[in-house]
Design a protein around this ligand. Structure first.
Ligand code: COA
Length: 637
């Protein structure tokens, strides 16, 4: 169970009467430096993403494969790499084309990445792509509390939006270097649109007339809520609260068609259903209003009661898929970039469509909102009567009805298949690895390696996201957490004959190798995106696919049984996402100072994976690693 901490302040706020609150602008978020220059100027000065040297990438590729393959397989791959790297051969030619592309574009990778990782993917965005964020449980247990919370949250997002609109967002830093802030400009007023073969994302914030409304969905019914007064000022919390009340009261019936569930379908299916839906003019206008809205707020119905122990896991599932067609899956528009979810039972969090942005900007926004909601002046605000927020109408033709029924069935299969386990690891947090002079991120990654090795007696291809935001329009590359060093460490941990001093030394080396890979990745020198670039370049040039990309070794590397990411926040929250492969785990963690929140997902349809077992293995690995360090340190004294 999560500790409340910061959220006690928030909850204290929600005990206040709705008419008595006024937001107080947050002046300076703590973890970032506010620079005098405007963001656009800052953006212009960011370096371009480099294309790493060809031979460096393949040397590192072979090293990365070593713990995953047999000697025989390695020999085969070494031969293919050698052929690929023949001087003036295919490799050199593709590399030159890639370098040309890099000199002609602001970022040689970003468009390709967005297409191949997100927009070309035909899997549903719910569960398979969109991450969720679980916030600690609020103390409200009724609709007044839900509405008050939602009103303040909306006001907080509008406050944040002002910084985006004025281009005064504080610039973030990583390793002392300023980061690209572009993703912040992509998360509001944007939406994914399904296509028959490839999706697109529209960003209405950059249009001539910026949207002034959000969408609110309650009991599967969507409403347009204009959040600005005619003078351009944002509605006050009280005004928003009153509007939400009106929305609630005019959507009491819960027997409406869950139109939003269509967006949870396989993308080809949804692409076809979308065309059916928008044939009707009213439907088209309603869909467009959702797509254009600044963001969506989902006022969720209460979910089945759970034990306190399972509560966070249940909420993570609610964020990822809504719980199935009987519950809140129809209370979403999964294509919408940003959807905040507030349940009547104190549940809150969000789900976001991944194509336009990574987790860190979203988590930064969450931190901002929490700060914002915790700081307030209590002032009576004047009440100006506002018109009823219009309900979006949908004409449900027999064809659309059929599509909805099929989406309901698929969603129910998908939600039953997702195994979610949120672990609150209370023993320690970043403090322990730091005290032992180890990188907390590397330490947690080694615990993941150990947990996996203990469960499967082998290591696996592991993906950890690394930020490329040091570069203009940078997204992510991959840290390969499974290394020769990590393998030696986990093998030693399972070897009773090995002395503790040797295990500590191997842990230290494994962490150092991880830190080195991280450093390389965030400086644009990792291997995964370079390999992707070479492959896509070959496709673009219509040459035959180089054999290295048809090799089993490449398929092994591209099948990360552990898909992981750190989404560090000041808020006691956790991000979650589904596994990347059918027999894998999705693991996202937030290492707080004194505890770690970990969200683990797997698929129930895979007999070999089990999110709760992995959670237990992870806890044991973290405990054993701490004991190892402490006992060894004591023995030295
Ligand atoms: N001894 C003591 N302290 C150490 C240490 C050592 N050897 N190594 C690191 N630390 C400290 C750091 O100084 C830092 O201190 P702080 O808490 O005061 O800031 C802290 O430990 C954390 O560092 P570390 O655990 O090494 O990781 P990181 O914060 O640098 O994060 C990544 C590593 C890979 C997560 C980060 O670089 C990144 O790329 N993040 C983006 C991930 C992303 O995009 N995810 C997508 C989600 S959808």
């Amino acid at each position: 169970m999560h500790k409340l901490g910061l959220f006690q302040t928030l909850n204290a706020f929600f005990q206040l009467r709705p008419g008595l609150v006024k937001p107080c602008r947050l002046v300076k978020p703590m973890s970032v430096t506010i620079l005098p220059e405007r963001s656009s100027h800052h953006q212009d000065n960011l370096p371009k993403l480099p294309v790493p040297p060809l031979r460096q990438t393949f040397e590192r590729y072979l090293l990365m494969l070593e713990p995953l393959l047999s000697e025989e397989e390695m020999d085969h791959t070494r031969k293919l790499v050698k052929e690929f790297l023949i001087p003036e051969g295919v490799g050199d030619r593709l590399q030159r084309s890639l370098e040309r592309r890099a000199s002609n574009k602001e970022n040689w990778l970003t468009e390709w990445w967005m297409q191949s990782a997100y927009l070309d993917s035909r899997m549903p965005v719910a569960v398979y792509s969109s991450p969720g964020v679980v916030l600690p449980r609020m103390t409200f247990q009724d609709r007044q509390g839900q509405m008050r919370f939602a009103a303040k949250l909306i006001s907080g997002v509008l406050d944040f939006k002002q910084m985006i609109d004025n281009e005064t967002l504080p610039i973030e830093y990583l390793g002392g270097k300023p980061l690209c802030m572009d993703q912040y400009y992509q998360i509001l007023s944007s939406c994914r649109i399904p296509g028959p073969k490839r999706d697109t994302v529209v960003n209405h914030a950059i249009g001539k007339v910026a949207p002034t409304h959000i969408t609110v969905v309650h009991n599967f019914q969507f409403f347009v809520l204009d959040v600005y007064n005619s003078d351009g000022s944002p509605l006050t919390v009280d005004q928003i609260y009153m509007q939400l009340e009106k929305i609630w009261n005019s959507s009491l019936q819960s027997n409406k068609e869950p139109i939003g569930i269509l967006t949870s379908q396989h993308r080809n299916t949804w692409g076809k259903a979308y065309n059916n839906l928008i044939k009707d003019k009213t439907n088209k206008e309603s869909v467009r209003a959702i797509q254009k809205s600044i963001f969506t707020v989902c006022l969720d119905a209460p979910m089945p009661q759970m034990s306190e122990q399972r509560y966070q896991s249940r909420v993570a599932a609610q964020m990822l898929h809504g719980g199935g067609s009987r519950w809140n899956s129809g209370n979403r528009w999964f294509d919408k970039t940003l959807q905040f979810i507030v349940g009547e039972d104190g549940t809150c969090g969000l789900v976001y469509e991944h194509a336009p942005a990574e987790g860190p900007p979203i988590v930064f926004l969450v931190d901002y909102l929490v700060e914002y909601m915790g700081r307030m002046e209590v002032v009576r605000a004047p009440m100006i009567p506002l018109p009823m927020p219009p309900k979006l109408r949908f004409n449900i033709t027999p064809e659309v009805k059929k599509d909805i029924e099929s989406a309901k069935q698929n969603m129910n299969i998908m939600s039953h298949d997702l195994d979610v386990n949120v672990v609150y690891f209370a023993d320690y947090g970043r403090n322990v690895p730091k005290a032992h002079k180890m990188s907390p991120d590397a330490f947690i990654q080694m615990a993941l390696q150990l947990a996996y090795f203990r469960m499967y007696q082998m290591c696996c291809s592991t993906y950890e996201s690394a930020s490329l935001r040091m570069f203009a329009l940078g997204r992510t590359d991959t840290i390969r957490s499974c290394s020769n060093e990590s393998l030696k460490f986990v093998q030693a941990m399972e070897d009773l004959a090995k002395p503790n001093t040797e295990k500590v030394s191997l842990l230290d080396k494994a962490c150092q190798a991880h830190v080195e890979y991280t450093r390389m990745a965030i400086h644009g020198q990792a291997i995964d995106r370079h390999l992707l670039g070479l492959k896509l370049q070959a496709i673009e040039e219509l040459t035959s696919m180089p054999e290295i990309f048809m090799d089993t070794a490449y398929a092994v590397a591209e099948h990360p049984n552990l898909s992981t990411s750190q989404a560090g926040a000041k808020t006691d929250c956790v991000m979650c996402f589904g596994p990347l492969v059918p027999d894998g785990y999705g693991v996202c963690y937030n290492p707080m100072a004194d505890h770690i929140n970990i969200a683990i997902t797997a698929f129930n349809s895979c007999e070999e994976t089990h999110a709760a077992n992995f959670g237990r293995a992870m806890k044991k690995a973290l405990r054993d690693m701490r004991s190892l360090l402490e006992e060894t340190a004591k023995a030295k004294q």
